[in-house]
Design a protein around this ligand. Structure first.
Ligand SMILES: Nc1nc2c(c(=O)[nH]1)N[C@H]1C(S)=C(S)[C@@H](COP(=O)(O)OP(=O)(O)OC[C@H]3O[C@@H](n4cnc5c(N)ncnc54)[C@H](O)[C@@H]3O)O[C@H]1N2
Ligand code: MOO
Ligand SMILES: [Mg+2]
Length: 416
């Protein structure tokens, strides 16, 4: 198995329940960035992870240019001509003016190159122009309103580092240095399976005892947001053979397998025995609430993450664990976890859990107009409405009692 790029190296966890941090450290240490890159035009590269840095061959701006619509002057001419200069030329953006003759001004527009000899631009609002002359206040500061060559980017500078997930600003930055195509990691292929005999797809009628498969859509949405290619293994029946067959297919067709459901201890839970049949388990419990049963292992050389079936637990474990695992495999450099913000609690939390707890939370304005965090009234891990209601998670430390007004740690969904 060691010849495959995403193999998991063995680790001894001694069967202990891990902390969240320990689990994330193991997950991210066991995988490496996938091999394989492609070259894409800028318009197709949004959300992809850069595999080769972008280095500028240009200064940006390429030359000193005007920050205002107004007049380009030589500052020393102002006192010499009592602020009154002849307008000798007109320089719109896209044009190049002549050297500025002594005692003259150039009519200039935002973005146009400052003509040779000019050292100051004066915005038109403070000038009076008539009959080919312009009157300029004497107190104008020398050097004003000029954007200097190379002020944004210097030729030779690395403007986007390898391992960056490309945002609209990065695409614009690449364009600003004239780069039209970017070398990015290929998309990560993630196989998705939902285990459960009770599951039906929306659009189908429900038979007695059935529920709709919501986890599939939550996970698919997250994977799409994270720029993955989804290999859909569908709904897998609650039996060992079907689970083994689905996992083996996932290992053949994808870089990573993510499963939901069947990770707990009941005899209807087949995920762990299936992983043991095809590979091995690294850990199966994390000290968090919700999401304590969480399986991480290796199946025929591919990493597998088995998230709990309860919909809230599924969401929480996906953002806390699947996301850093995926970022690492995608070749993202730097911080893999969302950094919590400290925000005032708009709630009391008198009975904390012994586990690190994640409550669905929302930013609101308190009575004094200050930002604070509200938590959803139900703690149940089966209430998916709470996730749709929220715009983040509050992270509560084991045993942490909170009184309204205390600072709490908030993880915004926008960062996931
Ligand atoms: N005796 C014990 N029972 C349970 C324990 C435990 O420690 N001892 N842990 C509980 C916790 S905590 C969780 S979380 C769940 C984990 O459940 P599983 O991963 O085994 O998942 P299932 O048993 O298959 O389902 C749990 C629950 O979630 C619903 N579900 C499953 N898949 C989906 C889906 N795709 N879409 C919507 N809903 C889904 C399922 O119907 C169940 O209601 O175990 C507890 N039990
Ligand atoms: O810990 Mo389970 O994941 O809460 O409901
Ligand atoms: Mg179960």
């Amino acid at each position: 198995m060691m010849d495959r790029p995403n193999d998991c190296a063995p680790v001894a966890t001694g069967g202990k329940t891990l902390t969240k941090d320990q689990a994330v450290a193991i997950l991210t240490a066991r995988v490496s960035p996938i091999a394989g890159t492609e070259t894409l035009p800028l318009e197709a590269a949004l959300g992809r992870v850069l595999a080769e840095p972008v280095v500028s061959t240009l200064d940006v701006p390429g030359w000193d240019n005007s920050a205002m619509d107004g007049y380009a002057i030589r500052h020393a001419d102002l006192s010499a001509h009592d602020g009154c200069l002849a307008v000798a030329q007109r320089i719109p953006a896209g044009a190049v003016g002549k050297p500025l003759a002594p005692g003259t001004a150039a009519r200039i527009f935002t973005g146009a190159p400052v003509p040779e000899g000019a050292d100051t631009v004066v915005e038109q609002e403070v000038c009076e122009a008539s009959d080919g002359q312009v009157r300029i206040p004497l107190e104008i500061k020398a050097g004003a309103n000029i954007r200097r060559a190379g002020e944004d980017i210097r030729a030779g500078a690395e403007v986007i580092a390898s391992g960056t997930r490309l945002t609209p600003a990065h695409l614009g930055l690449a364009a600003s240095v004239g780069v039209a195509r970017l070398v990015v990691h290929r998309r990560l292929r993630v196989a998705l399976l939902s285990s459960g005999d009770e599951l039906a797809l929306p659009g189908e009628p429900l038979k007695p005892g059935q529920i709709y498969n919501s986890n599939r859509f939550v996970l698919m949405g997250l994977l799409q947001t994270w720029g993955c290619e989804v290999v859909d293994l569908g709904i897998v029946a609650d039996d060992l053979e079907s689970t083994v067959a689905a996992m083996a297919r996932g290992a053949r067709e994808a870089d990573l397998i993510i499963a939901s459901g069947g990770v707990s201890v009941g005899e209807e839970d087949h995920l762990k025995p299936a992983v043991e049949r095809l590979g091995r388990i690294e850990f199966h419990q994390v000290k968090i609430r919700p999401g304590k049963p969480l399986v991480f292992g290796e199946v025929q050389g591919r990493p597998l993450l088995g998230c709990p079936g309860n919909p809230v637990s599924l969401f929480v474990t996906a953002v806390l664990f699947a996301r850093p695992l995926i970022l690492r495999m995608q070749g993202v450099a730097g911080e893999l976890e969302v950094r919590p913000l400290r925000i005032r609690a708009g709630f009391d939390w008198p009975r904390p859990d012994r586990r690190l707890e994640f409550q669905r939370a929302r930013l609101e304005r308190g009575a004094d107009g200050e930002l604070e965090v509200a938590v959803y009234p139900s703690r149940s891990s089966a209430v998916l409405s709470s996730v749709a209601w929220a715009d983040g998670l509050v992270q509560l430390q084991p045993g942490q009692v909170i009184a309204r007004g205390d600072p709490v740690e908030f993880l915004p969904f926008a960062d996931f």
